[in-house]
Design a protein around this ligand. Sequence first.
Ligand SMILES: *Cc1c(COP(=O)(O)O)cnc(C)c1O
Length: 473
Amino acid sequence: MRYISTRGQSPAFSFSEILLGGLAPDGGLYLPESYPQFTDADLTAMRGLNYRDLAFYILSRLIDDIPAVDLKNIIDNTYRAEVYGFARKSQNADDIAPILKLADNLYLLSLSNGPTLAFKDMAMQLLGNLFEYVLAKKGETTNILGATSGDTGSAAEYAMRGKKGVRVFMLSPHKKMSRFQTAQMFSLQDDNIFNIAVNGVFDDCQDMVKAVSNDATFKAKYKIGAVNSINWGRIVAQVVYYFKAYFAVTTNNAQKVDFSVPSGNFGNVCAGHIARMMGLPIDKLVVATNENDVLDEFFKTGVYRPRGSANTYHTSSPSMDISKASNFERFVFDLVGRDATKVRELWASVDNGGAFDIKHLMSQLAEYGFVSGASNHANRMATIRETKEKYGVVIDTHTADGLKVALEQREKNTPMIVLETALAVKFEDAIVEALGQAAERPAGLFEIENLPQKFTVMDANVAQIKDFIVKHT
Ligand SMILES: *Cc1c(COP(=O)(O)O)cnc(C)c1O
């Protein structure tokens, strides 16, 4: 399997060659040169496999430059009950991504049972093990530099902690994350994890990361890498749970299901699109956004109009507060018939702060199953309350967004599966506002704010972060 760029001007590479990088050299995103196809016989063979075997069945079609025994080992080490142990009491942690039935044809897919209580662990944990393996093979090391306002940074740190050949330098705005999120990250004592609390806001952190990455000499000398949302390894890992959920709620391959996905950078729902392209019988892919509705606008009008960070709202579902959807280019590449020249043309405008209009392709959009909707703060609060009252289940603000839009798009006879992207306990203030009391904490996290913390405070100064990296490598 070779991977090509959506912009068509980079050479094709194997999986291991693109794993550690971000954008392709031509500025595009990597996709397989063609999607492997699963037949009806494949679907039947996959039905009933446990998560690990299912993951191997799917990923071995997309990753062909890691020997099968090694890939199997990596997968088996990643998807273990001990790693995904924060399942609800009624659920089986060894199921890895258990289904929770809310009502007839209405389900939650629990993806947030990993160490940081958000779905990003599902992919990031695999990435950590793949990074360690590929780096060892190449005899290389990497220094991951990132900026976070919460979810991504913690998922990356928990995935990379203790991994040989990897160091993580994670910048976060000092005293701006929730106490719980801060404690999650800063309580890590591993020698290869460096938390840097920057006197400033998230954008200052991101600017520092950009400045360091733009210094090509420094970047090469200190092997600066990233694990951002466009990483193909993350997308590929997310494809698996769409299959998992499909088999959990159907009894034969003639049935179709719908998925509702709380979306920001379009990584999660893009994995659903790829699962569908590989032959999974998905009817609708529901893209749910919050007040930052750039994707909802696109799927309703055919106009893609990124907003710029000054026009991005801070909402009660903060992990979806994006100004542009960085993985969206992958879907548009397929939508325009894999015409890289067309993609270059469209993104020439986007990359210059503009927009594009592909209204004329609206009928094709429906063929890909995409529909969309959005929620606001009041909708999410109401959905959290109603879900507790009706089903006795406490959900977080992101999942509430997905459920709100799912209920609008639901059809009587098609199972609707809502992806649970975080646990409520991560967003205490919002849950207290909705329910008048905090969500129950999973055992093992009661005292997390009282653990000793390891972090360095720094000004928003590029020279200082470079100096820090030099001193610690
Ligand atoms: C990252 C994140 C999302 C958005 O996922 P994308 O892949 O960026 O669309 C939704 N909910 C939560 C809790 C997240 O952490």
